[in-house]
Write a protein that binds this ligand. Sequence first.
Ligand code: HEM
Length: 392
Amino acid sequence: MERTCPYRMPVGYEQLREGAPLSRVTLYDGRQVWLVSGNAEGRALFPDHRLSSYVLDPAFPFLAPRIAAQTQQHAAPPLVGVDDPDHGRQRRMVIPGFGIRRVAELRPEIQRIADELVDTMLEKGDEAELLTAYALPLPSAVICALLGVPYEDRSFFDERSRQVLSSSGENEAELARQSFTEILHYLYGLIARKEREPGEGLIDQLIAHQLAEGALDRDELAMICSLLLVSGHETTSNMIALSTMTLLDHPDQLALLRTDESLMPGAVDELMRFTSIGDVLPRVAAEDIEIAGTTIRAGEGVMMSTMLMNRDPRAWDRPDELDVTRKAGRHVAFGYGIHQCIGQNLARAEMEIALATLFRRIPTLRMAVPGDQVPLNAPYVLQGVAALPVAW
Ligand code: HEM
């Protein structure tokens, strides 16, 4: 089911929401899997170790042929695509790089980048394509600084990261695969360079400690770095662009934020809940699981719909309304349980600063085309807009 508006539920979701918290749905290849729409059931299942994220399990379900083709070409992606003990081992290595203290240190730099990008937009005239002018370069500069990837190599990743996660069109699977391979090759080169001339980023720390101590090898290190690089670019840029569109479409909510910027951290979580851009996280049951009067059998596919969980009327009052004053922190748009997003502190800081700066510095910002003419991302991986023409 595809979204027609990038922040609204697909039409067919209404029926799923009215039914049981788990339903049987049919995938593109005819396979039947469970779709979890209930918030309470999702929060019980996400941390359950009997649900596996191991993408190379022959029973693992995919949302589209493109994703299946992409996955089968590679080894299992680190973190998101593996279970414990590998998952826990990899997560412990990288998590200190994304802690609250590290993100707090990065805030002034994020603010500086946001201001610089707005300066450039304003210098160039009275219109822009927001994704390439602002929403993408901001997280790109930040994740490169955090990882220790040279600033001048950024444009190489901006384009390829988008192709890995959000490309659309005829050769999308091939393009995504090729872009991923190019990123991986670049990282092998960068790791070799950094072994000779160490720098200051997270990659340098992983080389100095984990690689030097034999806790991982160069292949695993390059795979982890490529995952961090792609996730750091693509998710947050999608959220900044889509949040801008959503707020412009909800002028009453935007007015509240303009009068009281202290609402911004809560608004970011509400926008995460409302848009749920990483909808439908796939899993496979490793054992039988009893839940909500149903049995998920070992080997069955399970699709976790973050959007339906985030709009479950049993968990949320007026779930389909955007309310920036709502306490939305319990949403599952960053996932939940052991795979919950590593970059969430960073993403929140980037979104807060990006949105506050944009609307403060360009008070007359508006969409340059009607909402229904805004191109959408390829469905299934990350929801969002493929471009956002704006004017002021
Ligand atoms: C608004 C932006 C973001 C959204 C919506 C988002 C969403 C998510 C979601 C839904 C998951 C859970 C996947 C699952 O359970 O299968 C996840 C995991 C992850 N995210 Fe994010 N993310 C964002 C930003 C970031 C950033 C900035 C990074 C930085 C590198 C990042 C890195 C990761 C990693 C490495 C994982 C895997 C964690 C694990 O498996 O233990 N994300 N993200």
